[in-house]
Write a protein that binds this ligand. Sequence first.
Ligand SMILES: *Cc1c(COP(=O)(O)O)cnc(C)c1O
Length: 223
Amino acid sequence: MYDVQGNLKTVLGRLPSDVRLVAISKYHPADYIMAAYEEGQRVFGESHEQEIREKHASLPKDIEWHFIGHLQTNKVKYIVPYISMIEAVDSLKLLREIQKQAQKVDRVVKVLLELHIAEEATKYGLSLDDCRSLLAGGEWREMPNVQICGLMMMASNTDDEAQISREFDTAAAFFDEVKQQYFADEPHFCERSWGMSNDFAIAVQHRSTMVRIGTMIFGPRVY
Ligand SMILES: *Cc1c(COP(=O)(O)O)cnc(C)c1O
């Protein structure tokens, strides 16, 4: 079997102790997740509703599941009963649906707002101005079953480290802006989710609190 445990140790050894690892297990089988679990990892990220549902049903119940992919509103009801965090919220419509479904099952669901900062045109996420408008609108304040815990983003897929650094810095500065303006008194607004297999070493130098690493732990995905 692929050396999941050895890879996990290597990754953890390269992370500062105050940065949390979300092990991205999408497209990988349950026994890979169990290998990481036995090594102590408890936070896993998935990007497809059906896949995460099946894994949640069959794997230990103390796993914290993060949904990291683009989430359609009609899928929200399936994940809200057990999800620990929805990382990639990119519209008010989605936030409303999470509130509605979380209220039904009497839970508070943690979310991150996903920013679109990378140059790629195809990626999801809110522009900085759209994110400002969403927060300025204030409707999120009337959502007792949603807790906005911070921001998430993906840097451009490039070898240009300076560009990647700039994008992380843009996200970090934006975090400070909205923290000060809307969440100054809310300690739970503290997460900056950036950094993946190819750029997490840069991300942790640019104020990431949470990295999302798949390939470097579990190997290449077979789609
Ligand atoms: C797949 C995925 C990751 C993990 O990417 P790796 O390059 O395998 O580490 C991180 N974040 C998001 C949003 C993803 O979809």
